[in-house]
Write a new protein. Sequence first.
Length: 273
Amino acid sequence: MANYFVGDIQGCYDELRRLMDKVSFDPDHDVLWSTGDLVARGPGSLQVLQLFRQLGDAGRTVLGNHDLHLFAVHAGLKRPKPKDRQQELLDSAECDQLIQWLRQQPLHCHLPEHRLLMTHAGVPPQWDLDTVLHQSAEVSRTLQSDNYLDFIAQMYGDKPDHWDPNGDDYQRLTYTINCLTRMRLLHPDGRLDFYSKAGGPDGEGELLPWFSHPHPLLDRYRIVFGHWAALMGRTRHANAISLDTGACWGHWLTFWCLENDTRYIEHAHRSWG
């Protein structure tokens, strides 16, 4: 058995299938773990969702910011982004079923036997393991509820940008989504920054990547994440496993095998950014 973790696929279905062939992926024995953003820029969002749903327990994913945005677009709460290529998915007879399946997916995956966590964007340095598990589960219950669109309609925005365990339900849920699906750079006091366009693992000025702040959980756990294509897989912490390598921007899709700590890549056909 092998556990393969893949960075943001974003509808790059052909590259995904070629990588699965390259590692001889066998769903009877192997598991494919996605860091989220199954959909968006590439032309194969429908096929990617179909594949993961068909894989069953052999295909696991967390939710990314583009996956959450799809819920809003599907419900008519937001317009599709101009560069997203999801119309085939939205027009599909399977769309409602696929959205329902996607809503059941978590914001984190926890492999305690390997001391490993996976989220889309990372884990804020002020959170311990119990907080990650609790907050992620709280968001999942909301997204799986009958009135989940009430929350989806309100989840957009850059506030709150700091953690307040005594905040109201909306504040805790929105901060959790902002951290686990959108986080990149932090201010020295731990506040989230959503405005800097700097790329790379060194940050910009006083702003540092979340994994460069003192992070007790990261010192004990490997945290697998995507979301940040500009890193191109590079971090300054051995336990921060970055896997978004910009397949939809014309770079490559990356698998990381847990068992042998090896990366496998497949160059993209073209840029869809």
